[in-house]
Design a protein around this ligand. Structure first.
Ligand SMILES: Nc1nc2c(c(=O)[nH]1)N[C@H]1C(S)=C(S)[C@@H](COP(=O)(O)O)O[C@H]1N2
Ligand SMILES: [Mo]
Length: 495
């Protein structure tokens, strides 16, 4: 259900060019919630009116409160169990929701009573016959419905605005806390001296934290309190452990430039980003966990109910598997998994839990959250390449058409397998090699550029790449679900 929902949303948002997919999907989710609330409000409001009318306007206040409670309690409980709690504690959230619905019920109850009384006098004072009375009643009912809709709308809008303001405040707080100490603000990127420069208009090689895509099973990320948080290590261990964040930070830190991609990313989509990850290699941590014989997998549990299982073999074979506590030199932002997430090279985001709370040591493999829901159990990042920009500067084109070169640029990415070659094809011409920029690391995307001798007309540009072992990008088109999107990226432009 959620999987299908995300896929559909990604496709719709992509097709409509609504903006960054992750953000827009969040907004769509919230809009759906608001519409749901709105419809519930209208239905329950109409029922309330019917009841208040049946008892001729008596007990309107009490009835309103009861109806408010009837809607408010489930909403509060659902909100609680889904864990959609921003920074306010769950109880405060629940109380707040119930209070809003109580007021809503009271307002509607009173509106109903007023209306019923008004309808009553109108009917009595009009003596010209049944038809007129009926029409007055109909008008009043219509007016009531308008008012009812208005009240529901008002309360929903006020609720949404208050929620938005709180969210905006939270974001502002987060970004002021976060901007300070960012590694990228005071350091040159490791490939600053690379001779191949990105074509202007290519996406930033290092994604600013605020622009990193976001994919979560919930709309609102779980807020974890650092003082109370522990990394609980249980299961097949000599002695269960509860590590603090500081204890994890005391291990020798590992810094890695990493490109993360979501398996839901369509070819050329925006569910991909690159930053500098810092944490402790699980290989280093492993001896301190004192595993019991038979231990074969680590099951990572997350604060939002998400989970995944990592083979201990993978950890022993690859020191880059890392419990990550910082991105770009600052603690993980709440939405990106504060305080702890894992990094596993070469696989999609769906295999890599954020907001880790516990590691359960087990003796067998188990499918993770998205694997249970039908997605590929390996979720290896397939090679992909994208054209970001076909540079076009009209002034230069007109200045000297014979010597005109149009720079074309973009990215290629293959998980942890490297990129050995990128080629570009114009219309049905021969494939031509692009220049590769030295990447930030072996784990990030590679920026490429190609100098195209300009020709007038309508042209289609297509890109393809090879990984470090010379394996070509998959040409056959496939949608993201269930194995990740494949196919070549093309862009057509008129000159
Ligand atoms: N706890 C938890 N971890 C999670 C997820 C989630 O919903 N909950 N989503 C996963 C998916 S599908 C992706 S693509 C990445 C996205 O990480 P980001 O939001 O920091 O970009 O987180 C992964 N880890
Ligand atoms: Mo994902």
């Amino acid at each position: 259900m959620i999987g299908l929902g995300i896929g559909t949303m990604v496709a719709v948002i992509g097709a409509l060019h609504l903006g960054p997919t992750a953000e827009t999907a969040k907004m769509a989710e919230q809009a759906m919630a608001i519409i749901g609330l709105f419809v519930t409000g209208l239905v329950v409001g109409t029922m309330l009116f019917a009841v208040v009318r049946a008892v001729r306007g008596r007990y309107a206040d009490r009835l309103g409160l009861v109806f408010g409670l009837v809607v408010g309690l489930p909403v509060a409980l659902i909100g609680h169990s889904v864990g959609q709690t921003a920074t306010t504690p769950p109880i405060a959230n629940a109380l707040w929701i119930v209070a809003v619905f109580l007021i809503w019920g009271l307002v509607l109850g009173r509106a109903s009573r007023r209306l019923i009384q008004a309808t009553g006098t109108a009917t009595v004072s009009v003596q010209e016959g049944d038809e007129a009375a009926a029409s007055v009643e109909r008008i009043d009912r219509r007016r009531f419905l308008v008012r009812l809709g208005g009240a529901t709308a008002a309360i929903t809008v006020v609720g949404a605005v208050v929620g938005e303001l709180a969210e905006a405040k939270r974001r502002k707080m987060m970004s002021t806390v976060g901007t300070r100490g960012r590694w990228s603000a005071t350091h040159a990127l490791p490939n600053a001296g690379a001779t191949v420069k990105p074509v202007p208009g290519t996406r930033p090689e290092f994604t600013p934290l605020e622009r990193h895509y976001r994919i979560d099973i919930n709309t609102i990320p779980p807020a974890v309190n650092e003082e109370q948080w522990r990394l609980n290590i249980t299961g097949l261990v000599e002695k269960p452990l509860a590590l603090t964040l500081d204890e994890l930070r005391r291990y020798e830190p590992l810094h890695q430039f990493i490109t993360l991609r979501c398996i839901s990313n369509p070819v050329g989509g925006d569910l991909i980003g690159t930053t500098r990850w810092t944490g402790v290699s699980l290989q280093r941590l492993l001896p301190d966990l004192r595993l019991k014989p038979g231990a074969s997998h680590l099951k990572m549990h997350a604060a939002d109910g998400f989970f995944e299982v990592v083979p201990i073999e993978t950890i022993k074979a690859d020191e880059r598997v890392m419990l990550t506590y910082a991105w770009d030199g600052v603690p993980l932002l709440t939405e990106h998994g504060f305080p702890l997430r894992i990094y596993i090279p070469n696989v999609c985001g769906m295999k890599q839990p954020k907001w880790i709370t516990a590691i359960e040591v087990i003796d067998d493999w188990e499918p993770g959250y998205w694997v249970v829901r039908g997605w590929n159990k390996e979720a290896v990042m397939e090679a992909t390449s994208v054209i970001d920009v076909v540079g076009m500067d009209m002034d230069i084109i007109q200045a000297d058409q014979r010597k005109m070169i149009v720079p074309i640029g973009g990215i290629a990415q293959t998980g942890a397998r490297g990129v050995s070659k990128v080629e570009l094809q114009v219309d049905n011409g021969p494939w031509q090699p692009a220049l590769l920029r030295t990447p930030l690391s072996h784990l990030t995307w590679v920026i490429w550029r190609y100098e195209w001798p300009f020709q007038h007309g309508n042209h289609t540009f297509t890109v393809r790449c090879w990984d470090g072992q010379g394996v070509p990008q998959i040409v056959a088109q496939a949608p993201p679900e269930p194995n990740g999107a494949t196919g070549l990226y093309s862009k057509t432009q008129m000159f």
